[in-house]
Structures are given as structure tokens and as C-alpha cells.
Design a protein around this ligand. Sequence first.
Ligand code: URP
Ligand code: ZN
Ligand code: ZN
Ligand code: ZN
Length: 484
Amino acid sequence: MSTVIKNGTIVTADLTYEADVLIENGVITEIGKGLSGNEELDATGCYVMPGGIDPHVHLEMPFMGTYSSDDFESGTRAGLAGGTTMVVDFCLPNQGESLLDAIKRWDNKSTRANCDYSFHMAVTWWGEQVFNDMQTVVQQRGINTFKHFLAYKGALMVNDDELFASFNRLSELGAIAMVHAENGDVVAELTAMLIAEGNTGPEGHAYSRPSQVEGEATNRAIMIADMAGVPLYVVHTSCEEAHEAIRRARQQGKRVWGEPLIQHLTLDEREYFVDDWDHAARRVMSPPFRDARHQESLWAGLQSGSLSVVATDHCAFTTEQKRYGVGDFSKIPNGTGGLEDRMPMLWTHGVATGRLTPNEFVAVTSTNIAKILNCYPKKGAVLVGADADLVVWDPEKEKTITAGNQQSAIDYNVFEGKHVKGLPRYTLTRGQVAVADGEIKTQEGHGKFVSRDANGTVNKALSTWKDLTAPRPVRRTGIPATGV
Ligand code: URP
Ligand code: ZN
Ligand code: ZN
Ligand code: ZN
């Protein structure tokens, strides 16, 4: 069985050209003019691009006394509907649980995925077992990225001594450190103060997490990563203070990447001040939506290259779940959706406005992260030999986003009413057509785990430099006798 995508314009992170794409057994086998196959997909007027990779999702995540409502089936279906063909979820060990037992739980949940997926490991506690398990996770389970939460005190948060120990271990193993950068101690203090003062509504969530808590924690994580000699990926970069720290670090030659979310690029804090409690609570996530001035900083970061990847942090809770926090904002489950809307929203507000080129769009939605995660060019590429995870993108197709016809399992959409222009005509997952002109043809269980090796090129360069500059004792000739 072969499929050919005909008459389209291929757009990759670095090239734009007209060619057909032949797919056999889920892999791209030929790119050129005048190709034919058993099944033909017409791409006239469309761009043929690498499918999106969303490196930050939480499907069926146990969090704040409940589970996020999109699981690997509905979450990946939503992703495919919007042109995303791979997701990376965070495996979260319980306190004291071995990392390998946690992976078993994630293996069970992910069997239902409609598209390929991978895992990041979270370091949620520290001890000899975690230290030892990390090696097995990296060398036998194909996971080379480890997230650390500097927020969520009393739950997922790790302290600086644990952070430094973990970063050192990752450096040794050739893996990448990730960080949720918000100062959890300050957030806990501010939360208690706000609630004591009667600030119990969802807007209290935004007051409790000002941009300074993110700027401070981002800078701290960058410095600690630099001392450990480990590359650092900062998730959900939402404000100028955090971006400034990342920008400065990159300019100094540090290996740091920043990941803005489509929500922070297009929505702002006014959402928390509307009269309707449900409207505001549905938008509670960490970091919170910001004053609109931060958006210009994030867009500029994508344009200049100081920010590398656009993700969603898709972590969807229903209105009923959000209402756990009536009377106390700190009990509103943190998280918003976005998997189906990331690519159309970024195209509409990025490419169609002239902020981004189509090639830059591909870079920040797919190719950059495939390289960072060390799964390029299997993913993130239109090349012979690459997986046929592709999106045939119609820049003229449009719709108004509404929860009424979304794939996500929840009952609202934070982008409700937004008009988007630029949508998939076809989405292919390893050559299988999962979306055809709005028709969803996903196959539960089609998705496979993407294993990712350690010691990518950046790790190699950094460890070479670390060896070269490691502390060495001075070999002295004349050493004075010790005092008697
Ligand atoms: O509010 C958020 N971001 N929920 C998901 C968990 C996390 O911090 O990434
Ligand atoms: Zn986070
Ligand atoms: Zn997250
Ligand atoms: Zn229109």
C-alpha cells in the first residue's frame, strides 16, 4: 500500500519547494515531481509540512485530587485534528515510588494513543533509588528528558539541593534537564496572604504568581544547570522576566531553551477578571495568563530565536472539576487545553500576521523540538526515511473555534469564539490518514512509543567542555610542611 501527496508545496524548517511525497509502510520513500501511488491525496494550494510535535501535554494526569479529563485517546485525537502528530507526556512518580513503576502506569495509559508519543520523566522526590533508576530510564527506556517542579510546594516541588543533585546526575547520563520555573515558596506565602485577605476568587491565582516568581526561578535553574553542566529546557515560559533570563543565558553560550505556550501568546490576564466565576476558573493554569505586554516579548523571542518551541501544556479539566476551587482559588485544578488549537492559532496569529515565516512556523511547532529531544529526522522532517507524520496545511481553510465541535473531552474551550484561518486538509500519522477535510478517522492504539537516546549533540559538546574545564588540583613542587 502506497500513498502519494500530490501538487503541494513542501515547507520545512529551512526549505520551500514544490514536490510530491510518496509514502510506503508509514515512511517517506520518495520526494519529487510526478510521483504516483495507490492512494492519492490532493494538496493543491496547500503546504506539506512535518506534523506538529507537542512536547508538553498531561493526559489523564493525577493532579490536585483528580485526573485531567483528556486521556491518550481523546488527547491525541484532538492533536491530530489540529495537525499535531506526536505528543510528549510527563511521567509522574508518586513520593517514594520507583521511576520504573511510574513508567508502567504510563505505559498502560498510553496504549490508547492515536498518534506516536514519548515520555519525559519527572523528578518528584530525591533519593538513592531515583539516582539509580535514572540510569535505567535513560539507557533502557529511551527517555532523555527529566522535569523538575520548582512550584507546587508540598506536592511535586523539589528543593535546590535536590535540583543540583539531579542536574549533576543528568549531566553524567547525557540527558536534558527540564524545569517548571516558579518559586514555590513565594507562591505558597502569597497564596496564604491572599486567602487570609479575602482574595479567594480565581483572580487570586494570578495575584499569587506574579512574573517575578517565574523570573527568579528561571534564572536560578539556569545558574544551577550551568554549574552542573547540563542542558536546560524551560517549560511554559510566559513572561519577559523569564525570557530575559533565557535570552541572556543563550547570549552567554549556555545551552538553554525556552518554550512559550500558545495560550500565553494569544490570551491575557483580563480573562481572570471577568464576572463569570466559571470563565475565570477555566483559565487557571500555572504560570497564569499575563499582562498583554508579555506577549510582545514572547513573539519577539520566537522571531529572534531566543525562544525555541511553542507547546500547549494541555491539561484539561471540566467545569465541574474547576469548581473544586469555589471559595478557595488554590484548590482549582491548574491546567488548560489547547492541543487541537495550537497549530491553527499559531498560524493565524503568527504566519498570517507576518510575525513568523512558514518555515519558522515549522521550526517552532516541530523541527526544533525533534532536534532537542533527539528524535530528528525520524520526526520533525520531510525527508526520505523519515516517519510519514505529515500535515497537508490549507492556508485558506477557516473556522471559529468552539467547544461544541472540538475533540477534547471537556465542556469548554479557552479559545472559544476565536476565528482561525489555516487548518489541516489532511493529517497523516505514520502514513495513515487520520484527518481528511475535517473528517476524523483516527485509530485508537495506532500510536507507538518513540524511544529517544541520550548523548545528543548538545550533550556531547557540553560534556567535552565540562571535561576540559573541570577543576584539577595544581601539581606543586614545593609544598610547605604541615604545622606541627
Ligand atoms: O497549570 C498547569 N500548567 N498544569 C499542568 C502541570 C504543569 O505545571 O505543567
Ligand atoms: Zn509545569
Ligand atoms: Zn505541564
Ligand atoms: Zn475569515
